[in-house]
Design a binder for this molecule. Structure first.
Ligand code: PEP
Ligand code: MG
Length: 907
């Protein structure tokens, strides 16, 4: 066996249970090459082959073809001889030919970006050898025509001449199908396939002016260089740029012996998993087919059989196949090929132990000899992810840190929301695509107006966009769809807060409110028609699709406990009512980081008093209306404090522009005029007065409290009186009053003075006190710049990164849907900054604001309450810069808890 220390020009062999490389050599051998080497090294029978290194690719780009071939020719020839010896076949032989696969393999997986050639080594002579070896003339000719087509595209560059043209080979295939009156390739006769080979060669001759290369060595060298070239192909370059992968990484080339599972009844091929990818149970499982090629297992033409006897029996039960029929027609591999099965079972055990994770493996049995073609960490559901991580920990295969790192935080969502029945989903038709704004599955009857959500037991609210007026209806609906708006649109934020499934920004939807009609994907839906939405994928589906309640397994709780034992940061929640607060607490929230008080004003009994307040022309009139609102707010706060007993609750003073609260439709304006005994004209003129060119930069945030101090006064009173009432009941509260949208020190101090004065009045009158804090949101860049001065007065900071992102980029939160998708597609932005915190820009302000704040007040408590508080990479950033907590919507609390723990482990 050669060793790595030996100086190599660039060819690393594997197979026959030895290898030059190993799993740690991904940079040199590419991911695939390193993995094949590793499997060989630990004694797994992989078809022998060799990897030409990424360094050779880089040299080739600099030095060209001749120098490259000269450098590695000797090693390649030796490696081919090694493969021939292991396989007992000969490259280019007409009796017992060796066929090869040639594949790319960069250090990171770049799916579909580069090229592959299979069955290399076929020509008119070796074809005869394959026919003899397989006894299957059809297979041999089918492989041959596929090889010519693939090789001609990848290596000879015979592609459609213009965008509009069909692939020349596909054109011939289609023509022949028409002539034969058949639909599928599988229906071609042997003669058809022979004709195709003849026609394909003819095309090559005409298009390239040369014969299709028949010399296997010539085929091989050209294929190797073509794979190198594909590193600089259009697709790969684009992909590299998008992901920031440097050009000089290069790709490796893997050349490997082809093995065939279709050489008769003692051959077969299949896919298997070391554990159940759906449930996570520790059960080896998988499917196979006798006398078949890899593609046949997934193509669904033949019914694949189960590998284990147990799996086979379970399958038969579901498929309603009798035990006799099962044994005869669909025996398990365990029954049919017990020796190969035992070997396979042993290899899956070795591989899982070795990689310390659930493996997804491909194998082929060629004339009774088992080959493992590939192993990789298996994809799995959220449920399986949690169970497998905890099981592997308990089995002693991985430690606590590794178990936590195995959790992909966003996937925890699947454990928290109702999900579509996977079987039902397979049958469903997708009629439109939007953003996956709030995860989960919902099915219901269409309503177009929020106040009609209760019309049906299961309704889906379909809107162009939602506004605060719609909140109640959103609560009642099972799910929400909007045609406009991004991930921080009103619909998205509110839906996530409610844990309600939502698809936003489905631009292709045409909504006709007047005729109560929705047009989507060629369908016309009317009110009451059924649709289904998948908030995890953004799919909008036709009709009813069955859903399933999520099951919270014991392992889920264990993962959370484990996370908390590592995390430094606390996780709070954004909650506006006792129900959301209680849900978040059950998910482990350690307090509330943001209560948006305005959401309470939209409920039927409050909106009237609120509008009265807004429409009042005098301070007296405003105070009168506020007096009506006070008891309602107080009882709201009592409910929230009760749900969060003993934990801190941050309540933000009124924030949105007032025009959001007044009616814009004539009918409701008339109603309001009657209610308030004023003229319709004065309602209209007040509404017109409230209209602003840029409401998000207008009369909102602390600008409201500073112009109408009586609002701040009423809200402070409600908060502190609620706290005092609970104190009487023996319930501890920790109120934190938060002033929004502060940009100058004075804006803060003047509001704080009102709060403190009100507090002292309340305490005097009630002859009792509670402790409270007064802090600020940092969501205007100026506040981050002046954080040291603001911290002289503010007792805590909470970064409102929704507004801070809006104002730092200058992108309107409500209008960014028009250009962000293009920016993302063009790579101008890598991620939606409203979803993933822009660490280098907005993050700099967060970091600087925190540092400056703590210069003045060393123990300043700092958190974040924008949507980013529940996004894993943003949570990790918050940990790194020393924030005390993140706050996110209730259903993201578990995600943030795991992300906070992972931040510590990675740190
Ligand atoms: C923010 O701006 O980040 C924030 C939390 O406030 P809102 O989304 O209510 O403007
Ligand atoms: Mg804000």
């Amino acid at each position: 066996m050669k060793t790595i220390t030996e100086k190599k020009q660039g060819v690393y062999t594997f197979g026959a249970k030895t290898a030059d490389g190993n799993r740690n050599m991904k940079n040199l051998l590419g991911g695939k090459g390193a993995n094949l080497a590793e499997m060989s090294r630990i004694g797994i029978p992989v078809p022998p082959g060799f990897t030409i290194t990424t360094e050779v690719c880089t040299q080739y780009n600099q030095e060209g073809k001749k120098a490259t071939i000269a450098r590695i020719e000797e090693e390649v020839r030796a490696a081919i001889a090694g493969i021939e010896a292991t396989m007992g076949t000969t490259f280019g032989d007409n009796q017992n030919p060796l066929l090869l696969s040639v594949r790319s393999g960069a250090r990171v997986s770049m799916p579909g970006m580069m090229d592959t050639v299979l069955n290399l080594g076929l020509n008119d002579d070796s074809l005869q050898g394959i026919i003899q070896m397989t006894g299957n003339e059809r297979f041999a000719w089918d492989s041959y025509r596929r090889f010519i087509q693939m090789y001609s595209g990848v290596v000879l560059g015979l592609k459609p001449e213009t965008k509009q043209d069909l692939d020349p080979f596909e054109e011939i295939i289609d023509h022949l199908k028409d002539k034969r009156g058949i639909l599928h390739d599988t229906q071609f006769s042997v003669q058809d396939l022979k004709d195709l080979v003849y026609d394909f060669k003819d095309i090559v001759r005409k298009r390239s002016g040369q014969e299709f290369p028949t010399d296997p060595w010539d085929q091989l060298w050209r294929a190797i260089l073509a794979v190198f070239d594909s590193w600089n192909g259009e697709r790969a370059v684009y992909y590299r740029k998008m992901n920031g992968y440097p050009e000089d990484w290069g790709t490796a080339v893997n050349v490997q012996a082809m093995v065939f599972g279709n050489m008769g009844e003692d051959s077969g091929t299949g896919v298997c998993f070391t554990r159940d990818a759906g449930s996570g149970e520790n059960k080896f499982n998988g499917e196979y087919l006798i006398n078949a090629q890899g593609e046949d297992v997934v193509a669904g033409v033949r019914t694949p059989q189960q590998i284990t006897l147990l799996g086979s029996k379970r399958w038969a039960q579901l498929a309603q196949v009798t035990e006799e029929e099962r044994k005869e027609k669909y025996p398990s591999l365990e029954e049919l090929m017990p020796v190969s099965y035992r070997e396979l079972f042993e290899y899956q055990r070795i591989l899982e132990n070795h990689y310390q994770d659930m493996q997804d493996m491909e194998f082929t049995i060629q004339k009774g000899k088992l080959w493992i073609l590939q192993t990789r960490n298996g994809k799995r559901t959220g449920f399986a992810m949690v169970k497998i991580a905890m099981d592997l920990l308990k089995e002693g295969l991985i430690d606590k840190e590794t178990a936590l790192l195995r959790i992909d935080p966003p996937k925890l969502d699947e454990l928290l929301h109702p999900v579509f029945d996977p079987e039902a989903l397979k049958e469903a038709e997708v009629v439109a695509q939007g953003l996956p704004a709030s995860p989960g599955a919902a099915t219901g009857q269409i309503v177009f107006f929020a106040d009609e959500a209760a019309k049906y037991k299961y309704s889906i609210l379909v809107r162009v966009e939602t506004s605060p007026e719609d909140v109640e209806g959103m609560h009642l609906a099972k799910g929400i769809v909007t045609a406009r708006g991004g991930m921080t649109s009103h619909a998205a934020v509110v839906a996530r807060g409610m844990g309600k499934c939502c698809v936003s920004g489905a631009g292709a939807l045409k909504i006709d409110y007047k005729n109560r009609t929705l047009y989507a994907g060629g369908h016309e839906y009317h009110e009451g028609d059924w649709i289904s939405i998948n908030g995890s994928t953004g799919n909008i589906l036709d009709g009813k699709v069955a859903t399933r309640e999520p099951e919270l397994s014991g392992e889920f709780a264990e993962v959370m406990e484990l996370a908390d034992s590592f995390a430094r940061m606390e996780v709070r929640t954004n909650a506006d009512n006792p129900r959301d607060a209680a849900v978040a607490r059950s998910f482990g929230a350690r307090g509330i980081g943001l209560t948006r008080t305005e959401h309470m004003f939209f409920e039927v009994d409050r909106i009237k008093a609120m509008r009265e307040m807004i429409l009042a022309d005098t301070v007296k009139g405003r105070k009168q209306a506020l007096r009506e609102l006070l008891p309602m707010q107080r009882s709201d706060f009592e409910g929230i404090f009760r749900a969060m007993e003993g934990l801190p609750v941050t309540i933000r003073l009124l924030d949105p522009p007032l025009h959001e609260f007044v009616p814009h439709q004539l009918a409701t304006q008339k109603e309001l005029a009657e209610d308030l005994h004023i003229s319709l004209a004065s309602v209209k003129s007040k509404v017109a007065e409230l209209e602003e060119f840029n409401p998000m930069l207008g009369h909102r945030g602390c600008r409201l409290g500073n112009t109408y101090p009586e609002i701040t006064e009423m809200q402070t009173r409600a908060i502190l009186e609620a706290a005092l009432n609970l104190k009487k009941e023996g319930i501890t509260t920790r109120p934190e009053i938060m002033i929004p949208l502060v940009g100058t020190v004075e804006e803060f101090t003047q509001q704080k003075a009102i709060i403190d004065q009100t507090a002292s009045d309340v305490f005097k009158r009630r002859k009792d006190t509670v402790e409270y804090l007064v802090g600020t949101m940092v969501e205007v860049p100026r506040a981050a710049l002046l954080a040291d001065r603001i911290a002289e007065h503010a007792e805590f900071f909470s970064f409102g990164t929704n507004d801070l992102t809006q104002m730092t980029f200058g992108y309107s939160r409500d209008d960014s849907g028009k250009f962000l998708p293009v920016y993302l597609a063009k790579g101008i932005l890598k991620e939606d900054p409203f979803e993933v915190l822009d660490q280098e820009g907005v993050g700099q302000l967060v970091k600087m604001g925190t540092e400056r704040g703590r210069q003045t007040r060393s123990h300043l408590k700092v958190g974040i309450c924008g949507e980013h508080g529940g996004e894993p990479s943003s949570v990790e950033f918050c940990h790194r810069i020393g924030l005390d907590y993140v706050s996110c919507s209730p259903y993201r609390v578990p995600i943030a808890r795991v992300a906070a723990a992972q931040a510590v482990i990675r740190g």
